[in-house]
Design a protein around this ligand. Sequence first.
Ligand SMILES: [Fe+2]
Ligand SMILES: [Fe+2]
Length: 494
Amino acid sequence: MKHEGEKKGGGLVGSALTLAACYFVLCLVCFLMIVINDPANWTGYFLENYTDLITLAVCALLLCAIVYYYYYFEDRAFVAQAHNVVLVFSLFIVCIAMSYAFGKLIDIYARPCALFALLCVFLFNRRQAILLNFIFSVMMFVIDTYTNNFTAEGATTQVYYSLMLNFVCGTFAIFAAAGAKTRGGLLLTGCVISIPTVIIVTLLQVPVIYTEPVVFFISIGCAVFGCIVSGILALSGLPIFEKIFNRLTVFRLRELTSTNAPLLVRLKQEAPGTFNHSLVVAQLAESCAVAIGENAELARAAAYYHDVGKLKQPDCFTENQTDYNVHDELMPELSADIIRSHARDGYELLTASHFPKIIADCAREHHGTLPIKYFYNKAMRLSGGEADVGDYSYLGPTPRSRIAAIIMIADASEAATRALKDRSPEKVEHTIRTIIEERMDLDQFADCDITIRDLSVIRQTLVETLSGVHHHRVEYPAIRFNRDRKAVKEEEKR
Ligand SMILES: [Fe+2]
Ligand SMILES: [Fe+2]
C-alpha cells in the first residue's frame, strides 16, 4: 500500500509539472491571438495594456488550479497520470483556438459554443463535463475581456453574449448528448441544441429585432451554424482524442462489440467454441453490470475479448475440440502452462492492438491466481502427491476492477453450469455460490472494490440469467410427417 501511495505521490508531482507546462502553452495561445489581432502594433498593445495581461495570466492560472484541485479531490488516480492532464488542457487549447478562429472569421455567434462540452461528455463523464464546461466558459470570457479579441463598439456586450452561449448551450449539450449512442446521434445533438441557442440569441437581440432585422436574422443563422459545426467538429475530433489518449467512449465500445470487429471475426473463424462461450459470458456480464450499477457496454466488450488469448492455440481448449484432445499426450506441467498462458497472451494481443487498457486488463485478470484443478489433480496422480500448486495456477494478477471481477465470476459460472446435468435453479444457485465462495477464500477479490452486497446481487442475477440461457426445452413428441403431411409415429416408422 505504501508503494502505491508513493507511486501516486510521484504521479501528482509529475502531473503538477505537466499542468505548469500546459499553462504556459495556454499563455502562448493568448499571446498569438493578440499578435494576430494587431500584427502592426502588438508591442504597443502589450506596453499599454500590461496590467490587463497580468490579470489575464493570473485568472488563467487560477482557473487551471481549480481544474487541478477538482481532480485532486474527486479523482486523484486520474490526475496522477500526466497524460490525462495533457488531454484536459489539449481540449481547452483546441476549443479556445476554434472559438477564436470562428469568431474572428465569421461572427461571434458562429463560435462552436458546444464543442468543448460535447468532447468532454464523451471523453469523461457528465459531472466532469459540467465543471469543465463552466471553467471553459469563464476562461473564454477572461480571454475575450483582457485581450484585443473585441475592440469595436459594443465589444463588452459581445463578450457577455459569448459567456452566456458557451455556458448555457454547453450545459444543454451535455444533457442532450446523454441519449447519443452513435456518431449520427452526436450530429443530431448538435442540431437539437440549436433550439435553446436560438432562444438565447433571440433574447439577447430583442433590442434590434425591429430596428435591424437583418442583423437579427444573421445572428440566428450564425448561432444555428455554430451548433451544427459543434456537432461536426466533435464528431471528427473524438476519434483523434480517443486514439491519441487511448480513451474509451461509447462509440469506441460500439465499434469494439460489433460482430465485424477484426478480432471477433478471427475468434469466430479460428475458435468458434470460444466465440460462443464469449457471447454467453458477455450476456451474463452485461446483466451483472446493470444489476450493480457498472458500465454495461464496457462489461460486454470486456467479456467478448476476455479469452482472445486462446487464438494462439485454439485447439488446446476444450470448447474448440471435437474428438481429439491434445492434452492426452502432454505432461500436465506443459498442459497447465498452455492453458494459463491464454490470459497473458490475450493481454499482449489486446495491448498490441491498442485496445483500451481496462479491456486488456480484464483478459489478464479474469482467472486471477486460481489453480487449474484438472491438471493439478492429474499431476498429483502421476507424481504420487508431489506437485506444487503454484506450478498449476494462473499467473494473475487478481481482478483490479469490478468489471474484471464480474467477468471472472460470469466466465466460471457459464462453464460450470454448462457441465451440469441437473440445471434446476437450486442446483445453479448452489454452483454459483460455490464459485464465488471459493474465489473469496482464495483472495481473488482483494484488489478490487467489489462489496459483499455486489457479490450477492451478481449471484442472484447469474442464477436468473443462466436459468434462461440453459433452460430445458419441452421434449418434442416423437412424431414425423410423411410427404402427404400425415403424421407417422417415430416408433411405427422404425
Ligand atoms: Fe479464460
Ligand atoms: Fe472464458
